[in-house]
Design a protein around this ligand. Sequence first.
Ligand code: A3P
Length: 290
Amino acid sequence: SSGKMPSKYFTYKDIPFPENFYSPEVLSFVEEEFQVQEDDVFNVTFPKSGTFWMVEILSLIRSMGDTSWVRSFPTWERAPWIEITPKEKDLPTWAQPRLLSSHLPIQLFPKSFFQSRAKVIYTTRDPRDVCTSLFHFSKIMTFFKQAESSEDFIEEFLSGAVPYGSWFDHVKGWLGLREQSNFLLVTYEELKKDIRGSIERIANFLGVHLSSAALEQVVDNCSFQKMKENPMSNFSQMSSQYVAKDRGTFFRKGVTGDWKNLFTVAQSERFGQIYQEKMKGFPVHLPWED
Ligand code: A3P
């Protein structure tokens, strides 16, 4: 644990953010002034739900399966982060229409979005796997507070004391848009089960027709192995200011159900109980496998 700077969180409208990476000024700019364009496509997730997998899928759909874009530009330039990029004009302009990423809860999303027809693809994942992935991720990212133990981390996750706040609020907030035609819900689990069908569904939502050859190219190039090997997708280009590369990798396991290797029986029961309470009466059935 040497060499890691202690990180502090500030809250912006009750949501925790690491202060080494975010600022209230930028968050306020994004919420109040960011100009969403009618043809913007947003990749929205709670962290560790499959964000960069979706960036890869969207990039490859955009290029009709051609791999030159995903091999030439890092993932965070292909679908820039709205809450990190200070001014809209600083966003790389070569992707038109724009592909943008965000982990923001819906109440902090740009106000101009709600008057637009911009599209949102929201990817969600079994929260126990999100929590597990985030626990391991927190150890390699320098801007995360270090939990004393996995027990403490699970409690922080359940109470929303992690960056971007409560998973439950995030999911319930965004799924409020589920009846709108500019909103698409995708789950990590369905990407794992049926990547081809999922890509077709996403392309269809975007109004893109992929030939069967292009579809095969997208399927092939968004695999865990291909992404892990692509220096523009595997975060090897990310500054060591942010990531302790000796502690692990962004491409950890890429499977479902890894929470079983982290949670004790008591922790999994407690997680399940809180899940039941928080999601009580929520009409959408989300992936939850035992
Ligand atoms: P694990 O830590 O469980 O392995 P995000 O992109 O939102 O940060 O999510 C990261 C998680 O997605 C990590 O999960 C990572 O391994 C997984 N992931 C990334 N690309 C993937 C792919 N092509 N297929 C399956 N899982 C992938």
